[in-house]
Design a protein around this ligand. Structure first.
Ligand SMILES: *Cc1c(COP(=O)(O)O)cnc(C)c1O
Length: 450
Protein backbone atom coordinates (compact mmCIF):
# COMPACT_ATOMS: atom_id res chain seq x y z
CA UNK A 1 0.00 0.00 0.00
CA UNK A 2 1.73 3.20 -1.15
CA UNK A 3 0.91 6.79 -0.25
CA UNK A 4 -0.10 7.41 -3.86
CA UNK A 5 -2.57 4.57 -3.83
CA UNK A 6 -4.29 5.89 -0.70
CA UNK A 7 -4.34 9.46 -2.03
CA UNK A 8 -6.06 8.41 -5.25
CA UNK A 9 -8.74 6.47 -3.39
CA UNK A 10 -9.29 9.40 -1.05
CA UNK A 11 -9.56 12.04 -3.74
CA UNK A 12 -12.17 10.05 -5.60
CA UNK A 13 -14.59 9.86 -2.65
CA UNK A 14 -13.77 12.39 0.08
CA UNK A 15 -14.45 16.08 0.61
CA UNK A 16 -12.03 17.41 3.25
CA UNK A 17 -12.73 20.01 5.95
CA UNK A 18 -11.45 23.55 5.69
CA UNK A 19 -9.98 22.80 2.26
CA UNK A 20 -10.21 24.11 -1.28
CA UNK A 21 -10.12 20.64 -2.80
CA UNK A 22 -8.46 21.97 -6.00
CA UNK A 23 -5.36 22.69 -3.89
CA UNK A 24 -4.77 18.95 -3.86
CA UNK A 25 -3.91 19.06 -7.56
CA UNK A 26 -0.57 20.46 -6.43
CA UNK A 27 -0.47 19.95 -2.66
CA UNK A 28 -0.33 16.25 -1.80
CA UNK A 29 -2.55 14.87 0.94
CA UNK A 30 -0.63 13.16 3.71
CA UNK A 31 -2.09 9.71 4.37
CA UNK A 32 -1.40 8.56 7.91
CA UNK A 33 -1.07 4.90 8.71
CA UNK A 34 -0.25 5.05 12.40
CA UNK A 35 0.54 7.38 15.25
CA UNK A 36 2.73 7.05 18.29
CA UNK A 37 3.50 9.76 20.82
CA UNK A 38 4.19 13.04 19.00
CA UNK A 39 4.73 11.20 15.72
CA UNK A 40 2.46 10.48 12.78
CA UNK A 41 3.67 8.01 10.18
CA UNK A 42 2.59 7.66 6.56
CA UNK A 43 2.30 4.54 4.42
CA UNK A 44 5.92 4.73 3.31
CA UNK A 45 7.47 5.15 6.75
CA UNK A 46 7.89 8.96 6.67
CA UNK A 47 7.29 10.54 10.06
CA UNK A 48 5.84 13.91 11.02
CA UNK A 49 6.08 15.54 14.42
CA UNK A 50 2.54 16.68 15.24
CA UNK A 51 3.33 20.22 16.42
CA UNK A 52 -0.32 21.29 16.23
CA UNK A 53 -1.70 18.36 18.26
CA UNK A 54 -3.88 17.34 15.29
CA UNK A 55 -5.90 20.57 15.42
CA UNK A 56 -5.33 21.20 19.14
CA UNK A 57 -6.97 18.04 20.43
CA UNK A 58 -4.12 15.71 21.35
CA UNK A 59 -2.58 16.11 24.81
CA UNK A 60 -0.63 12.98 25.64
CA UNK A 61 0.43 11.66 22.28
CA UNK A 62 -1.10 9.37 19.70
CA UNK A 63 -1.86 5.79 20.73
CA UNK A 64 -1.29 6.60 24.38
CA UNK A 65 -1.22 3.21 26.15
CA UNK A 66 -3.13 4.44 29.21
CA UNK A 67 -5.97 6.01 27.24
CA UNK A 68 -6.08 3.05 24.86
CA UNK A 69 -6.47 0.62 27.76
CA UNK A 70 -9.23 2.67 29.38
CA UNK A 71 -11.24 2.84 26.14
CA UNK A 72 -10.88 -0.90 25.53
CA UNK A 73 -12.12 -1.64 29.06
CA UNK A 74 -15.12 0.63 28.54
CA UNK A 75 -15.80 -0.97 25.18
CA UNK A 76 -16.10 -4.36 26.82
CA UNK A 77 -18.84 -3.20 29.18
CA UNK A 78 -20.86 -0.43 27.49
CA UNK A 79 -20.28 1.35 24.18
CA UNK A 80 -23.27 3.68 24.26
CA UNK A 81 -26.66 4.27 25.80
CA UNK A 82 -29.05 7.18 25.43
CA UNK A 83 -28.71 9.75 28.20
CA UNK A 84 -32.37 10.76 28.44
CA UNK A 85 -34.07 8.68 31.10
CA UNK A 86 -30.92 6.53 31.35
CA UNK A 87 -27.49 7.07 32.78
CA UNK A 88 -24.17 5.29 33.32
CA UNK A 89 -21.36 5.47 35.82
CA UNK A 90 -18.73 6.79 33.41
CA UNK A 91 -20.62 10.00 32.62
CA UNK A 92 -21.43 10.50 36.31
CA UNK A 93 -17.80 10.09 37.34
CA UNK A 94 -16.65 12.48 34.61
CA UNK A 95 -19.20 15.10 35.71
CA UNK A 96 -18.09 14.76 39.32
CA UNK A 97 -14.44 15.15 38.37
CA UNK A 98 -15.06 18.19 36.15
CA UNK A 99 -17.15 19.88 38.82
CA UNK A 100 -14.47 19.19 41.42
CA UNK A 101 -11.66 20.66 39.34
CA UNK A 102 -13.50 23.85 38.31
CA UNK A 103 -14.70 26.77 40.47
CA UNK A 104 -17.23 26.05 43.18
CA UNK A 105 -20.06 27.91 41.45
CA UNK A 106 -20.04 25.47 38.53
CA UNK A 107 -22.22 22.59 39.66
CA UNK A 108 -23.85 21.10 36.56
CA UNK A 109 -22.57 19.39 33.40
CA UNK A 110 -24.51 19.23 30.15
CA UNK A 111 -22.90 17.18 27.39
CA UNK A 112 -22.74 17.68 23.65
CA UNK A 113 -20.75 15.74 21.11
CA UNK A 114 -18.38 18.37 19.73
CA UNK A 115 -17.23 21.90 20.42
CA UNK A 116 -19.61 23.75 18.10
CA UNK A 117 -22.56 21.81 19.46
CA UNK A 118 -21.48 22.77 22.98
CA UNK A 119 -21.42 26.44 22.00
CA UNK A 120 -24.97 26.07 20.69
CA UNK A 121 -25.93 24.63 24.06
CA UNK A 122 -24.44 27.58 25.95
CA UNK A 123 -26.08 30.16 23.65
CA UNK A 124 -29.49 28.50 23.83
CA UNK A 125 -29.29 27.98 27.59
CA UNK A 126 -28.33 31.59 28.21
CA UNK A 127 -31.16 32.97 26.07
CA UNK A 128 -33.60 30.47 27.55
CA UNK A 129 -32.56 31.33 31.12
CA UNK A 130 -33.47 34.96 30.58
CA UNK A 131 -36.73 33.92 28.91
CA UNK A 132 -37.58 31.76 31.92
CA UNK A 133 -36.82 34.77 34.11
CA UNK A 134 -39.31 36.85 32.15
CA UNK A 135 -36.69 38.81 30.18
CA UNK A 136 -37.78 38.16 26.61
CA UNK A 137 -35.65 40.84 25.03
CA UNK A 138 -32.30 39.45 26.01
CA UNK A 139 -31.63 37.75 22.69
CA UNK A 140 -28.30 39.19 21.51
CA UNK A 141 -24.75 38.01 22.09
CA UNK A 142 -21.59 40.05 22.37
CA UNK A 143 -18.45 38.61 20.86
CA UNK A 144 -14.85 39.76 20.45
CA UNK A 145 -13.10 40.75 17.26
CA UNK A 146 -11.04 37.79 15.89
CA UNK A 147 -12.97 35.30 18.02
CA UNK A 148 -13.75 31.76 16.91
CA UNK A 149 -16.36 29.48 18.40
CA UNK A 150 -16.98 26.84 15.75
CA UNK A 151 -18.72 26.37 12.42
CA UNK A 152 -22.37 25.51 13.01
CA UNK A 153 -24.63 28.50 12.32
CA UNK A 154 -25.01 29.68 15.92
CA UNK A 155 -21.34 29.19 16.72
CA UNK A 156 -20.33 30.83 13.45
CA UNK A 157 -22.53 33.83 14.21
CA UNK A 158 -20.73 34.52 17.49
CA UNK A 159 -17.32 34.18 15.84
CA UNK A 160 -15.45 36.85 13.92
CA UNK A 161 -13.09 35.18 11.45
CA UNK A 162 -14.16 36.63 8.11
CA UNK A 163 -12.68 33.79 6.07
CA UNK A 164 -15.16 31.34 7.59
CA UNK A 165 -18.05 33.68 8.34
CA UNK A 166 -18.49 36.24 5.56
CA UNK A 167 -20.09 33.89 3.00
CA UNK A 168 -22.81 32.78 5.39
CA UNK A 169 -23.69 36.19 6.85
CA UNK A 170 -27.25 36.17 5.48
CA UNK A 171 -27.96 33.03 7.51
CA UNK A 172 -26.61 34.19 10.85
CA UNK A 173 -28.15 35.64 13.98
CA UNK A 174 -27.16 39.22 14.79
CA UNK A 175 -24.28 39.72 17.15
CA UNK A 176 -22.47 42.70 18.60
CA UNK A 177 -18.70 42.66 18.09
CA UNK A 178 -16.46 44.39 20.61
CA UNK A 179 -12.95 45.45 19.56
CA UNK A 180 -10.07 43.11 20.29
CA UNK A 181 -8.24 43.21 23.63
CA UNK A 182 -5.26 41.39 22.07
CA UNK A 183 -1.90 42.93 22.80
CA UNK A 184 -0.65 42.36 19.27
CA UNK A 185 -2.62 45.50 18.34
CA UNK A 186 -1.18 47.67 21.14
CA UNK A 187 0.60 50.90 20.31
CA UNK A 188 4.40 50.97 20.37
CA UNK A 189 5.44 50.93 24.03
CA UNK A 190 1.94 50.16 25.34
CA UNK A 191 1.80 47.02 27.53
CA UNK A 192 -0.63 44.15 26.93
CA UNK A 193 -2.28 45.08 30.20
CA UNK A 194 -2.72 48.76 29.40
CA UNK A 195 -4.08 47.89 25.99
CA UNK A 196 -6.60 45.43 27.45
CA UNK A 197 -7.81 48.04 29.93
CA UNK A 198 -8.15 50.64 27.19
CA UNK A 199 -10.01 48.25 24.92
CA UNK A 200 -12.37 47.28 27.69
CA UNK A 201 -13.96 50.74 27.54
CA UNK A 202 -15.71 49.79 24.30
CA UNK A 203 -17.05 46.58 25.87
CA UNK A 204 -18.27 48.46 28.92
CA UNK A 205 -20.07 50.94 26.66
CA UNK A 206 -21.83 48.14 24.75
CA UNK A 207 -22.98 46.53 27.99
CA UNK A 208 -24.04 49.81 29.57
CA UNK A 209 -26.12 50.82 26.57
CA UNK A 210 -27.57 47.53 25.38
CA UNK A 211 -27.64 45.16 28.36
CA UNK A 212 -31.44 44.93 28.21
CA UNK A 213 -31.05 43.09 24.91
CA UNK A 214 -27.91 41.13 25.68
CA UNK A 215 -28.03 37.54 26.95
CA UNK A 216 -24.32 36.84 27.17
CA UNK A 217 -20.79 37.81 26.26
CA UNK A 218 -18.80 34.93 24.81
CA UNK A 219 -15.00 34.87 24.90
CA UNK A 220 -12.04 32.59 24.40
CA UNK A 221 -10.22 33.35 27.66
CA UNK A 222 -6.67 34.76 27.23
CA UNK A 223 -5.96 33.18 23.86
CA UNK A 224 -7.94 33.49 20.64
CA UNK A 225 -6.76 30.50 18.68
CA UNK A 226 -8.28 30.24 15.20
CA UNK A 227 -8.33 34.03 14.86
CA UNK A 228 -4.52 34.01 14.74
CA UNK A 229 -3.23 32.88 18.16
CA UNK A 230 -3.89 36.34 19.62
CA UNK A 231 -3.34 36.81 23.32
CA UNK A 232 -4.61 39.25 25.90
CA UNK A 233 -4.06 40.17 29.51
CA UNK A 234 -6.20 38.53 32.25
CA UNK A 235 -7.25 41.98 33.47
CA UNK A 236 -9.74 42.05 30.60
CA UNK A 237 -11.53 39.00 31.98
CA UNK A 238 -11.61 40.46 35.47
CA UNK A 239 -13.18 43.68 34.18
CA UNK A 240 -15.57 41.72 32.00
CA UNK A 241 -16.74 39.52 34.88
CA UNK A 242 -17.48 42.60 36.99
CA UNK A 243 -19.35 44.32 34.18
CA UNK A 244 -21.37 41.19 33.37
CA UNK A 245 -22.48 41.02 37.01
CA UNK A 246 -23.31 44.71 37.08
CA UNK A 247 -25.38 44.62 33.90
CA UNK A 248 -26.91 41.16 34.39
CA UNK A 249 -25.36 39.52 31.38
CA UNK A 250 -23.94 35.98 31.28
CA UNK A 251 -20.28 35.28 30.66
CA UNK A 252 -19.62 32.28 28.43
CA UNK A 253 -16.01 31.05 28.61
CA UNK A 254 -15.16 29.00 25.54
CA UNK A 255 -12.20 26.98 26.79
CA UNK A 256 -12.68 24.38 24.07
CA UNK A 257 -9.17 25.01 22.75
CA UNK A 258 -7.45 26.66 25.72
CA UNK A 259 -8.64 24.37 28.52
CA UNK A 260 -6.62 21.48 29.94
CA UNK A 261 -3.29 23.17 30.34
CA UNK A 262 -2.76 24.94 27.03
CA UNK A 263 -2.35 28.36 28.64
CA UNK A 264 -0.07 27.06 31.40
CA UNK A 265 -2.81 26.60 34.01
CA UNK A 266 -5.44 23.88 33.88
CA UNK A 267 -8.03 26.43 32.73
CA UNK A 268 -7.33 29.90 31.36
CA UNK A 269 -9.97 31.54 33.58
CA UNK A 270 -7.88 30.61 36.64
CA UNK A 271 -5.30 33.23 35.65
CA UNK A 272 -7.94 35.94 35.93
CA UNK A 273 -9.60 34.32 38.93
CA UNK A 274 -13.01 34.52 37.29
CA UNK A 275 -15.83 32.01 37.08
CA UNK A 276 -17.94 32.02 33.94
CA UNK A 277 -21.66 31.29 33.96
CA UNK A 278 -21.00 28.74 31.23
CA UNK A 279 -17.70 26.94 30.75
CA UNK A 280 -17.35 25.03 27.49
CA UNK A 281 -14.76 22.25 27.34
CA UNK A 282 -13.93 19.98 24.42
CA UNK A 283 -10.89 19.18 22.22
CA UNK A 284 -8.31 18.10 24.87
CA UNK A 285 -11.10 16.86 27.14
CA UNK A 286 -10.73 13.34 25.73
CA UNK A 287 -6.98 13.63 25.19
CA UNK A 288 -7.72 14.03 21.50
CA UNK A 289 -9.34 10.63 21.12
CA UNK A 290 -13.06 11.12 20.70
CA UNK A 291 -15.49 14.00 20.17
CA UNK A 292 -17.09 15.24 23.38
CA UNK A 293 -18.04 18.60 24.85
CA UNK A 294 -19.01 19.46 28.41
CA UNK A 295 -20.87 22.68 29.17
CA UNK A 296 -20.61 23.46 32.87
CA UNK A 297 -23.00 25.89 34.48
CA UNK A 298 -24.25 27.17 37.82
CA UNK A 299 -27.00 26.07 40.15
CA UNK A 300 -28.70 29.43 39.63
CA UNK A 301 -29.06 28.75 35.92
CA UNK A 302 -30.07 25.13 36.46
CA UNK A 303 -32.83 26.15 38.89
CA UNK A 304 -34.40 28.51 36.34
CA UNK A 305 -35.29 25.47 34.23
CA UNK A 306 -36.36 23.19 37.09
CA UNK A 307 -40.14 23.16 37.28
CA UNK A 308 -43.28 21.13 36.55
CA UNK A 309 -43.30 19.73 33.01
CA UNK A 310 -46.41 21.71 32.01
CA UNK A 311 -44.63 25.02 32.54
CA UNK A 312 -42.48 24.13 29.50
CA UNK A 313 -39.38 25.62 31.04
CA UNK A 314 -37.16 22.57 30.45
CA UNK A 315 -34.08 22.61 28.25
CA UNK A 316 -35.21 20.19 25.55
CA UNK A 317 -31.92 19.99 23.70
CA UNK A 318 -30.21 16.73 22.80
CA UNK A 319 -27.61 15.06 20.63
CA UNK A 320 -27.68 11.37 19.78
CA UNK A 321 -24.29 10.75 21.33
CA UNK A 322 -24.78 12.91 24.44
CA UNK A 323 -22.45 11.61 27.16
CA UNK A 324 -21.06 8.76 25.07
CA UNK A 325 -19.37 6.29 27.44
CA UNK A 326 -16.30 5.69 25.28
CA UNK A 327 -15.62 9.42 25.01
CA UNK A 328 -16.26 9.92 28.73
CA UNK A 329 -13.90 7.06 29.57
CA UNK A 330 -11.18 8.62 27.39
CA UNK A 331 -11.75 11.88 29.28
CA UNK A 332 -11.39 10.14 32.65
CA UNK A 333 -8.14 8.49 31.53
CA UNK A 334 -6.92 11.92 30.41
CA UNK A 335 -7.73 13.45 33.80
CA UNK A 336 -5.92 10.55 35.50
CA UNK A 337 -2.78 11.35 33.54
CA UNK A 338 -2.97 15.02 34.59
CA UNK A 339 -3.11 13.92 38.22
CA UNK A 340 -0.67 11.03 38.22
CA UNK A 341 2.02 12.79 36.21
CA UNK A 342 1.63 16.24 37.76
CA UNK A 343 1.34 17.54 34.21
CA UNK A 344 0.64 21.24 34.82
CA UNK A 345 3.79 21.63 36.94
CA UNK A 346 5.92 19.45 34.66
CA UNK A 347 4.87 21.48 31.61
CA UNK A 348 6.72 24.51 33.00
CA UNK A 349 9.97 23.07 31.59
CA UNK A 350 8.42 22.73 28.16
CA UNK A 351 7.01 26.24 28.37
CA UNK A 352 10.48 27.58 29.07
CA UNK A 353 11.96 25.53 26.24
CA UNK A 354 9.34 26.94 23.85
CA UNK A 355 10.28 30.44 24.99
CA UNK A 356 14.03 29.92 24.69
CA UNK A 357 13.80 28.19 21.33
CA UNK A 358 11.70 30.90 19.67
CA UNK A 359 13.30 34.05 21.17
CA UNK A 360 15.91 34.38 18.38
CA UNK A 361 13.06 34.72 15.86
CA UNK A 362 12.12 38.08 17.36
CA UNK A 363 15.00 39.66 15.46
CA UNK A 364 14.01 38.18 12.12
CA UNK A 365 13.33 41.00 9.64
CA UNK A 366 9.94 39.49 8.69
CA UNK A 367 8.73 38.45 12.14
CA UNK A 368 6.44 41.08 13.61
CA UNK A 369 5.83 39.37 16.93
CA UNK A 370 6.69 36.21 18.84
CA UNK A 371 4.04 35.69 21.49
CA UNK A 372 3.49 32.94 23.99
CA UNK A 373 0.77 31.89 26.37
CA UNK A 374 1.80 28.77 28.24
CA UNK A 375 2.05 25.79 25.90
CA UNK A 376 1.28 27.86 22.81
CA UNK A 377 3.82 30.00 21.00
CA UNK A 378 3.01 31.98 17.84
CA UNK A 379 5.32 33.66 15.37
CA UNK A 380 3.65 36.24 13.15
CA UNK A 381 5.27 36.88 9.77
CA UNK A 382 4.96 40.41 8.39
CA UNK A 383 5.98 42.10 5.18
CA UNK A 384 7.11 45.20 7.10
CA UNK A 385 7.42 44.86 10.85
CA UNK A 386 8.01 48.57 11.51
CA UNK A 387 4.69 49.57 9.98
CA UNK A 388 3.02 46.24 10.95
CA UNK A 389 2.12 45.66 7.31
CA UNK A 390 1.02 42.06 6.74
CA UNK A 391 1.92 40.02 3.69
CA UNK A 392 -1.03 40.00 1.27
CA UNK A 393 -3.08 36.90 2.13
CA UNK A 394 -3.14 35.82 -1.51
CA UNK A 395 0.59 35.07 -1.29
CA UNK A 396 -0.09 32.28 1.21
CA UNK A 397 3.29 32.60 2.91
CA UNK A 398 2.15 30.31 5.71
CA UNK A 399 1.58 27.55 3.18
CA UNK A 400 5.28 27.74 2.23
CA UNK A 401 6.20 27.17 5.89
CA UNK A 402 3.77 24.25 6.01
CA UNK A 403 5.34 22.64 2.95
CA UNK A 404 8.87 23.19 4.18
CA UNK A 405 7.93 21.73 7.58
CA UNK A 406 6.53 18.60 5.94
CA UNK A 407 9.71 18.16 3.89
CA UNK A 408 11.60 18.10 7.20
CA UNK A 409 9.14 15.87 9.07
CA UNK A 410 7.32 18.56 11.05
CA UNK A 411 3.59 19.15 10.95
CA UNK A 412 3.33 22.93 11.32
CA UNK A 413 0.05 24.20 9.95
CA UNK A 414 0.11 28.01 10.12
CA UNK A 415 -3.01 30.15 10.44
CA UNK A 416 -2.49 32.60 7.58
CA UNK A 417 0.82 34.27 8.36
CA UNK A 418 0.99 33.00 11.93
CA UNK A 419 3.25 30.01 12.48
CA UNK A 420 2.64 28.39 15.84
CA UNK A 421 3.40 25.39 18.03
CA UNK A 422 0.69 23.83 20.17
CA UNK A 423 2.28 20.43 20.75
CA UNK A 424 1.18 17.40 22.73
CA UNK A 425 2.63 17.51 26.25
CA UNK A 426 4.73 14.41 25.58
CA UNK A 427 7.05 16.45 23.35
CA UNK A 428 10.65 16.76 24.59
CA UNK A 429 12.72 19.90 25.04
CA UNK A 430 15.03 18.66 22.30
CA UNK A 431 12.11 18.24 19.91
CA UNK A 432 10.95 21.78 20.70
CA UNK A 433 14.38 23.18 19.77
CA UNK A 434 14.39 21.15 16.58
CA UNK A 435 10.89 22.41 15.69
CA UNK A 436 12.04 25.99 16.20
CA UNK A 437 14.93 25.40 13.78
CA UNK A 438 12.56 24.00 11.17
CA UNK A 439 10.16 26.91 11.69
CA UNK A 440 12.99 29.46 11.42
CA UNK A 441 14.25 28.01 8.16
CA UNK A 442 10.69 27.71 6.84
CA UNK A 443 10.08 31.35 7.69
CA UNK A 444 13.36 32.36 6.00
CA UNK A 445 12.32 30.63 2.84
CA UNK A 446 8.71 31.80 2.91
CA UNK A 447 9.61 35.45 3.45
CA UNK A 448 12.53 35.69 1.02
CA UNK A 449 10.49 34.75 -2.06
CA UNK A 450 9.26 37.37 -4.56
C1 LIG B 1 -12.34 24.24 17.77
C2 LIG B 1 -13.09 25.28 18.52
C3 LIG B 1 -14.48 25.24 18.59
C4 LIG B 1 -15.33 24.25 17.84
O1 LIG B 1 -15.12 22.94 18.20
P1 LIG B 1 -15.47 21.77 17.13
O2 LIG B 1 -15.36 20.51 17.92
O3 LIG B 1 -14.42 21.90 16.06
O4 LIG B 1 -16.82 22.03 16.62
C5 LIG B 1 -15.11 26.19 19.38
N1 LIG B 1 -14.41 27.11 20.04
C6 LIG B 1 -13.07 27.17 19.99
C7 LIG B 1 -12.36 28.21 20.78
C8 LIG B 1 -12.36 26.28 19.19
O5 LIG B 1 -11.03 26.39 19.09
Amino acid sequence: MSNQNIIERDLSVLWHPCTQMKDHETLPLIPIKRGEGVWLEDFEGNRYLDAVSSWWVNLFGHANPRINTAIIEQLNSLEHVLLAGFTHETVIELSERLINMTPEKLTRCFFADNGSAGIEVALKMSFHYWLNMGKKNKNKFVTLQDSYHGETLGALAVGDVALYKETYKPLLIQTITAPSPSGCYAEQGESYKDYAIRQFQAMEKILAEQHDEIAAVIVEPLLQCAGGMRMYDPIYLKLLRKACDKYEVHLIADEIAVGFGRTGTMFACEQAEVTADFLCLSKGLTGGYLPLCAVLTTDNIYQAFYDDYETLRAFLHSHSYTGNPLACRAALATLDIFEQDNVIAENQKLIKAMYDATQPLKDHPHVGEVRQQGMVVAIEMMQDKTTKTPFPWQQRRGLHVYQYGLSQGALLRPLGNVVYFMPPYVITEGQIHWLAQVAAEGINRATSQR
